[in-house]
Ligand binder design. Structure first.
Ligand code: FAD
Length: 414
C-alpha cells in the first residue's frame, strides 16, 4: 500500500498521474471524489480522502520567469530542490525554504509550510496567483491583485481544487553563510529571545530540552545584507569545530554547508541537502505556531515538561516567521514562532501530545496542517480565527465536497 513519507499514513486510494492540465480537468470531471497530492511528506492525514489521488509530479515541469523578473510561474508538482538551481541560473531567488527541499510547491503552500526568519513569511506568503482546476473541471486563475477572496485559496488543504500552476514572488539571487553554535543555554533564549532570533536573516534553535545548555543556534546570514558572521554576539555558545547535524550524534553528511562558507540561498536555507533523497523517515513531526508575544512562555512551559518530552524526542526546532494575511496560514494576522518536535516513531508520543497541546493551545498556538495533532476539530478551528470564512469559500466553490479530505470534512462539521 502507498503511504506518506514517514510510513505513518496509509493511502488505500488509487494514484492518478495526469501529464497535462487538460488531463486533470478530464479526471476531475469524471470522479465523484478526488484529492490532489504532492510529494506525500505530510505527517497529518491531510491527503486522506474518499476518492483517488491526483498527483502533480508528471504535469509539465514549467518554470516561466515574468518579464519584470519579480515573479515566476511553476508547475505545482515542482519540488523546491529542482526549483532552486533553476531560479539561481536566472539570477533569482526565493526568500524562504523549508528544512527539507524535497517537498512540492503545491503541497507546501497548501499546508502553510515555513522556514525561519523574523522578516521572512511562510512559503505560502510568496504566492501571487494560482491556477486551479475546480470541481466543475474548469480552470481558474486566482490572483492576489484581482480576487477579493485570494487569501482563502492558498493554504487550502486541497479542498478548493487541484492547483496546477503557481505564481511565486522572487527577488535577485543572493548568497548565504551558515554558522552553527553549540551549547546554547535556553535561559539565554528566554531572556534575549528577540536578540537571538534577529542575529541573522534566518535563525533556528534546536534543543532536546535537557537541563544542561544543549541547544544549537543555526545562523543563516544573507551575505549581501549582513556580511559573514563576525563571531559575536555568540550568546554564550561556542562555534562548532566542524559540520554538525541537529542531532549531534548523527553524521552531518546530509546537512547543508556550515562553517560560514558562502553559497547560494537554495544550498543554505534548507538544513538538508537536495542531493540526499530520503525515501522515508524514522520520525513523526508535530508543530505548534504561537503568537510571537507568547513564544517565551511557550518555551518555559515545554522546559517544565522536559522529563516527558526528551525520552521520546529526536529534537525540537524553534523558528520565527512574520505575519501574513492568508486565512489558514499559521502566521495569519500575527508574527509567529513555531515550536516543532521531531519525535521518534513511537506510538507513546500520542500520550504526550495531549499535555503539550494543553500547555500551548491556550497560548494561541495553531497546530501545523502538515504535522500530527491530537486536538479535537473544534479546537483546531478555534485556533484559526478565519476558518469560518474558509468554510464559506469551500461550500461556495465545491458544494458537493468533491475535494473534501476526511480531515477537512471533520473541521467543517466542528
Ligand atoms: C522531513 C520533513 C521536513 C519538513 N520540514 C518542514 C519545514 O521545515 N517547515 C514546515 O512548515 N513544514 C515542514 N514539513 C512539512 C511539509 O512541508 C508539509 O507536510 C508539506 O505539505 C509537504 O508537501 P507535500 O508536497 O509532500 O504535500 P502532501 O503531503 O502531498 O499534501 C499536503 C496537502 O496539500 C494538498 N496538496 C498537495 N498538492 C496540491 C495541489 N497541487 N493542489 C491542491 N492541493 C494540494 C494535499 O491535498 C494535502 O491536503 C516537513 C516534512 C518532512 C517530512
Amino acid at each position: 500500500m502507498r503511504r506518506n513519507w514517514s510510513g505513518t499514513v496509509d493511502f488505500p486510494q488509487d494514484l492518478l498521474l495526469p501529464t497535462s492540465v487538460a488531463e486533470v480537468q478530464g479526471l476531475v470531471r469524471t470522479q465523484e471524489h478526488a484529492l490532489a497530492v504532492g510529494s506525500a511528506h505530510s505527517f497529518s492525514p491531510a491527503a486522506v480522502g474518499p476518492g483517488p489521488h491526483i498527483g502533480t509530479e508528471r504535469l509539465p515541469a514549467q518554470i516561466d520567469v515574468a518579464p519584470d523578473r519579480s515573479s515566476v510561474v511553476v508547475s505545482a508538482g515542482t519540488r523546491y530542490a529542482d526549483l532552486g538551481p533553476v531560479l539561481h541560473s536566472h539570477g533569482l531567488a526565493l526568500s524562504a525554504m523549508a528544512s527539507l527541499p524535497h517537498i512540492s510547491v503545491g503541497g507546501a503552500i497548501a499546508t502553510g509550510t515555513h522556514g525561519s526568519g523574523d522578516r521572512i513569511g511562510t512559503l505560502s506568503s510568496a504566492v501571487r496567483g494560482l491556477e486551479v482546476v475546480t470541481a466543475d473541471g474548469e480552470v481558474r486563475w486566482i490572483r492576489r491583485d484581482i480576487d477579493s477572496d485570494f487569501a482563502g485559496w492558498v493554504v487550502a488543504l486541497g479542498a478548493l481544487g487541484v492547483v496546477t500552476r503557481i505564481e511565486l514572488s522572487v527577488e535577485p539571487t543572493y548568497d548565504v553563510a551558515q554558522t552553527v553554535l553549540l551549547g546554547l543555554d535556553l535561559d539565554v533564549v528566554e531572556r534575549d529571545f528577540d536578540a537571538v532570533f534577529s542575529a541573522a536573516t534566518s535563525v533556528s534553535v534546536f534543543t532536546r530540552w535537557r537541563p544542561e545548555p544543549d541547544a544549537q543556534l543555526w545562523l543563516k546570514r544573507r551575505v549581501d545584507r549582513e556580511g559573514a558572521w563576525a563571531g559575536s554576539p555568540d550568546f554564550g555558545a561556542r562555534q562548532s569545530g566542524g559540520k554538525v547535524h541537529p542531532l549531534e550524534e548523527l553524521d552531518p553528511v546530509h546537512c547543508t554547508e556550515q562553517g560560514g562558507h558562502e553559497g547560494p540561498w537554495y544550498e543554505r536555507l534548507p538544513h538538508f541537502r537536495a542531493e540526499f533523497t530520503p525515501s522515508s523517515g524514522d520520525e513523526i513531526q508535530a508543530e505548534y505556531l504561537l503568537p510571537r508575544s507568547h513564544a517565551v512562555e511557550g518555551i518555559r512551559r515545554m522546559r517544565s515538561m522536559a522529563s516527558m518530552i526528551t525520552p521520546l524526542l529526536h529534537v525540537t526546532e524553534i523558528r520565527t516567521m512574520c505575519a501574513d494575511d492568508l486565512w489558514l496560514s499559521p502566521a495569519q494576522g500575527r508574527d509567529t514562532v513555531g515550536i516543532h518536535f521531531t519525535w521518534q516513531k513511537d506510538r507513546r508520543i500520542f500520550s504526550v501530545l495531549p499535555a503539550i497541546e494543553e500547555a500551548l493551545l491556550p497560548l494561541g498556538a495553531r497546530p501545523h496542517w502538515g504535522k500530527v495533532t491530537v486536538a479535537a476539530p473544534e479546537r483546531i478551528v478555534e485556533a484559526y480565527p478565519l476558518f469560518p470564512s474558509f468554510a464559506r469559500l469551500v461550500e461556495a466553490v465545491d458544494p458537493q465536497g468533491k475535494f473534501r479530505s476526511d480531515n477537512v470534512a471533520s473541521l467543517l462539521r466542528a
